[in-house]
Design a binder for this molecule. Sequence first.
Ligand code: FAD
Ligand code: FO1
Length: 482
Amino acid sequence: MSDLILFWHRRDLRIFDNTGLSIARQQSPKVVGVFCLDPNILEKDDVAPARVTYMIGCLQSLQQQYAQAGSELLILRAHPTQAIPALAAALGAKAVFWNWDVEPYSQERDRLVMEALLEKGIQFLEKNWDQILHAPEDIRTGSNKPYTVYTPFWKNWNSKPKPNPVENLENAQGLTEAEREIAGQAGVIALPTAKDLGFHWDGDLAIAPGYEAAKERLEEFCSRCINEYKEQRNFPAVDGTSQLSAALKFGAIGIRTVWQATLDAEQNSRSDETEVSISAWRQELAWREFYQHAMYNFPELAEGAFRETFKSFPWETNEEHFQAWCEGKTGYPIVDAAMRQLNEFGWMHNRCRMIVANFLTKDLLINFQLGEKYFMQKLIDGDLSANNGGWQWSASSGMDPKPVRIFNPASQSQKFDPEGEYIRQWVPELRSMDAEYLVTGNITPLERDALGYPQPIVDHKQQQRYFKERYQQQKEGATIQD
Ligand code: FAD
Ligand code: FO1
């Protein structure tokens, strides 16, 4: 057995501020990275071309990072439960380390890999967290239960001291020529492109991949936007949020580094207002962790509604309505603008994610799971925990205590896109319209026809009534109260 430690990357695609990798480097200078292109993930029908393209870009950047640190990143394209232990055994590695994840699939995959490594007498790291600031075990209620409500979670989470960034990988050693040949025999390949894997994303990515780009975006956000975040974050026409979600999903940047940036911003802040804004951004980071902890503690969330009332909700099955929603052709300008942003850009502003999710579930009465899947098929930052959390919140089927939340698309546009700038950007056929008509959606049938813009597919007021009636009936019929 050699001194080699293989470090298995999954959603921590960087050598900087990576907890598991830093522990590996403390134990041996010979640390080599490995990423396994996993058919169980890539062959599912909810993977977005934009996301895989982003991931491959991060892997290219990771290869360069390893080269600069004196080592290398190996690529496999196989089932990791078989290929990771086999590669480690072929190379005589003393250990395989990786960072833990919250998703149900990762739990099962990692358990099988651990079993295989145990059998081969190869060491591994027990449950090491990297992608979250606090382990789920550390944020519990007074009666030692997982939180199901965000506000008390936030208070507890925010009161805990946060870990500092850990040491970067430096002065490492890679494989010898002979070992590289063995790696080749064990299935190591050159990094394919997203297209090679069957994912086509033409045009520029909404968000540049890799550590350098994420670090730049973080710095830019902290110097330009964080102080006004509380005011600006709700306006989809404004570039007022960090757009770090894809980097955080794939770990292109470490969460401790991100937190550190908020401390630096706080030190430079000169008013109570900016401090409130920094805290507002931290609350979003806490939402991210809230949903990850929730997924870890309640994996059944991934399968469907959390609340009893919604487990057998009589959703509509209207394929035409669903298609119109997907394509941004509902006749509701703000909804259509948002869905077109998603389709063309691979990213959507948070305010708009809430608007379109509310529209699908409360106006079209379509099961949130269809929208959840469609988002995963399109989003560059698609993440099981955050996406499921957002959808269950919008559908009112999740852990959120407010039973029914209904958005009026017109009031949402009036409040958050008052000049119709966002709508004009994404719905070109409406560009010539005055803001007043754009935001209220008060466009006559004749005008709609003339502009080639669809008639509204449903009536908001009527649908809102239907939804409430169904909800009431369902609630009365539910055997277990929410
Ligand atoms: P910022 O406002 O700059 O926030 C900073 C970071 O905090 C984000 O990068 C993200 O990591 C995290 N964050 C912010 N808001 C939330 C939130 N509500 N829930 C969880 N984390 C949050 N986010 C995803 O990362 N992936 C998803 O698949 C996803 N799907 C969503 C689906 C719906 C229906 C809804 C309502 C929200 C969803 N979100 C998802 C949350 C949120 O919309 C995005 O994280 C945010 O828009 C990303 O933009 P940003 O990086 O500029 O965020
Ligand atoms: N992780 C991998 O280890 N291999 C992959 O091929 C892979 C593809 C992938 C595609 C889309 C996406 O959103 C995530 C992807 N990931 C991949 C990361 C994945 O989130 C983690 O592996 C989780 O631990 C799976 O539960």
